[in-house]
Design a protein around this ligand. Sequence first.
Ligand SMILES: Nc1ncnc2c1ncn2[C@@H]1O[C@H](COP(=O)(O)OP(=O)(O)O)[C@@H](O)[C@H]1O
Ligand SMILES: [Mg+2]
Length: 300
Amino acid sequence: MGAQYWIIPPLYTLQILNRAQAVGIVAFLCVSAVIIAMGEAHRHARDELQKSHDELESRVKERTGELEAIRGSLRKLTGHLLQLRDNEQRKLARELHDSVGQLLVAANINLSFVEAEAAKLSPRAAAAIAESIILLQQTITGVRSASYLLHPPLLDDAGLTFALRAYTDGVTSRTNLEIDLIFSPDDLGRFTRDLEIAVFRVVQESLANIHRHSGSRVARVRIERSPAQIGVEIQDCGRGISQRLLADIESGRTAGVGIGAMRERVRELGGTFRIHSNGNGTCVQVDLPIDSAQRISLAS
Ligand SMILES: Nc1ncnc2c1ncn2[C@@H]1O[C@H](COP(=O)(O)OP(=O)(O)O)[C@@H](O)[C@H]1O
Ligand SMILES: [Mg+2]
């Protein structure tokens, strides 16, 4: 049996026996060639695809990097602009208070002297003097409140706690909005100018929004200082902001700039800004880190 399979004559292994076999082999070779060619073409197409995918990816990476850089410089610019605006407002407020305000007060004193001698004047002149005094007093009040709104003088002189108390008292008397102002600890102490103005502006803008948009008659402002940060929360019981508007606010698509400016100001100082809202009201939450420089001023 072994002997039968022992030698396979090599002569016949490659021998083509008949025409049908020849056609079969040719057909086999042709089909194989086609399959190999298709495989090659597929591999080539896949390589090309991979190449353009890699190219696209690196271009996307490049563009993302560029966008990040642009976003970074926009943030820097916004922070710089906010700081410039703060400085300009502070200067203008001082100028209004110290120069225009003082001149108006001096003019008012002079007119009061004249009024004291009104008996020597004609009735028309006396009435004109009395009316001028009233007009001047209204102007003095207007200039004072404009100066105050531009930059609260108490903020630089006495710090956040006093400035916010005076400010919220003013809002309550002007608008009837009842404000519950809570500090923890009772006196927050002093911080750097940037941090104090940021907290003040967040409270100011949030209360303005509550007054203008919420319909709420009450507001709660809570400010807490811990060793590492200062937390601010402003809550109202108004109609709230729709989820759609909130999403627009998040992506900066709204016309209003108040919330956007608050967020940028907070981000500039390395803090976090959140706004939650539903049918029961709106809550703005801000956390600002107190860095070492601010702690030094806190201790001093
Ligand atoms: N406390 C709030 N209650 C209800 N709606 C609010 C409140 N705060 C903000 N909004 C809504 O969000 C919008 C954007 O606010 P903001 O950025 O401050 O711009 P502006 O006050 O100039 O309209 C407001 O127009 C208002 O519709
Ligand atoms: Mg606003």
